[in-house]
Design a protein around this ligand. Structure first.
Ligand code: GDP
Ligand code: MG
Length: 450
């Protein structure tokens, strides 16, 4: 909900406090008690949009002299009140308007209110209205009566409408200003990167992690795309974020891996600087997916030798190997199969199991479908959203010193209890049938013992 700070200003005794009192508390009093500056808060609808407004009731005793710069600065809209039955009170708002205009950087929304409408004849109203409109041709003028509750809400609605428009204009102006500043500076760092000019890059080194508004790329991503080893290195040694992503969620390592040229050294360099070798872009591709897609044997080799995970499924549920098989790229297929086999044989007792189980949530009855992946090597049981592989990861159960037991409650069939002693959590997990349950229990037990 948008929020506005509004001040009510004007000479003493014109009815500022009563207008606010009427609006916020639906009350009115005959007393004129001196006002202590305090904000009133109210939430209401303006053109069917809820707004929250903080209204500052100012002490008008010594009038505009007391206008504090701090609240002029803070307030986004001003209600300038005079009393229709005493036109000398208009002098105050003429002065106040000047002060506000001078101290505001942008135009300040104001509404002029002639209060105590109930005290004057219709004839006098017309004269007064003309008088005000001549002096303040740019502001809304409202005749109101706090006593008779006439036009009181209108006053606050109008000032919100005006403030809302101004706020949007200010936001837009600031955004444009920032955008211009950004693009002006960024142009240089991005252009410098494109031109491969180290001296120019150094000039704008503070913008090293800025994103080019046009292309959505950081300098590092540009240098990676250009396969410019030297500039990538320079950017990395000057604090470029190695895992920054472009609009497709691709890191520099993804981009490099997706090039057809030999980029092995750059891959090394990025990983050495902390690039996530298993990062996934928006379509779930890891660097090795990209390398496989462009049939870059050298890149695949390099990523494999750096220990990338070959089991990650992209959003189309494909591992890099599956992709290579589809592309009938038998060199890469052989390479990846080899790597996988080697990985398995290196870890003799490595066992993995994937499948769909049901896990009980926090609420007793709340059972959720989860895709489970058991890794003996890591001693973990990971589970994912839904019953398909490669959804959003929901959690990891540690199998370190974990224990399995029967489900004594027997709330559901084919369930077992898994006690994660590392994270001190107990899971109730349910398999599709008895056979499935026994398989899971066996493999989990083996993983725990391994
Ligand atoms: N007749 C009439 N009297 C009002 C109206 N609004 C305020 N007053 C009276 O004017 C006096 C001053 O009001 P107050 O709100 O305290 O003025 P402030 O100094 O501007 O805050 C009080 O006695 C109110 O009862 C109105 O609309 N009509
Ligand atoms: Mg007052």
């Amino acid at each position: 909900m948008s929020q506005f700070y509004i001040a009510c200003v004007g000479a003493s005794g014109v009815g500022k406090s009563q207008l606010i009192n009427r609006f916020c508390n639906d009350e009115y009093s005959l007393d004129h008690t001196p006002t202590i500056e305090e904000p009133f808060r109210k939430t209401f609808l303006v053109d069917e949009v809820p707004v929250q407004v903080d209204i500052l009731d100012t002490a008008g005793s010594s009038e505009y002299a007391q206008l504090r710069p701090s609240y002029i600065k803070k307030c986004e809209g001003f209600i300038l009140v005079f009393s229709i039955d005493d036109l000398t009170t208009v002098d105050s708002i003429i002065e106040i308007e000047k002060v506000i205009k001078l101290s505001k950087q942008f135009s300040a929304p104001m509404v002029i209110v002639g209060n105590k409408k109930d005290l004057v004849y219709e004839q006098d109203l017309q004269n007064c209205s003309k008088f005000i409109k001549d002096r303040f041709p740019h502001y809304k003028y409202i005749e109101a009566s706090a006593q008779d509750e006439e036009n009181v809400s209108l006053v606050f609605e109008e000032i919100i409408r005006e403030s809302r428009t101004t706020k949007l204009q200010i936001e837009e102006a600031l955004r444009l200003k920032k955008e211009m500043e950004n693009s002006e500076q960024a142009k240089n760092v991005f252009e410098a990167t494109r031109h491969g000019s180290v001296a120019q890059i150094d000039k704008f080194i503070s913008n090293i992690n800025k994103v080019d508004a046009e292309t959505g790329e950081t300098p590092l991503l540009i240098a990676a795309k250009n396969n410019n080893d030297f500039i990538v290195n320079h950017l990395l040694s000057n604090g470029a974020d190695v895992n920054a992503t472009n609009e497709k969620g691709m890191t520099a390592l993804h981009i490099i891996s997706n090039l057809k040229e030999d980029t092995g050294d750059l891959i090394d360099k990025l990983v050495h600087h902390g690039a996530d070798i298993n990062a996934t872009s928006h379509n779930g591709w890891t660097p090795v997916h990209y390398a496989a897609a462009v049939a870059n044997v050298l890149s695949v080799q390099r990523l494999v030798s750096l220990g990338c995970d070959l089991t990650i499924h992209n959003r189309m549920q494909k591992t890099p190997l599956m992709m290579a098989e589809e592309l009938k790229d038998y060199v890469i297929v052989a390479l990846l199969r080899d790597a996988k086999q080697q990985l398995n044989s290196e870890d003799g007792n490595s066992e993995s199991k994937e499948g769909y189980l049901v896990k009980r949530g926090h609420v007793r009855k709340n059972w959720k479908k989860r895709y489970f992946v058991l890794s003996s090597a890591n001693k973990t049981l990971e589970y994912y959203d839904g019953d398909q592989p490669n959804r959003k990861k929901k959690g990891t159960i540690s199998l370190e010193n974990a224990t399995l037991s029967d489900d004594k409650d027997n709330k559901k069939e084919n369930c077992f209890v898994l006690n994660d002693s590392v994270n001190k959590k107990v899971y109730l997990i349910c398999a599709a049938d008895k056979e499935d349950m026994n398989q899971w229990i066996n493999t989990i037990n083996n993983a725990i013992k391994s």
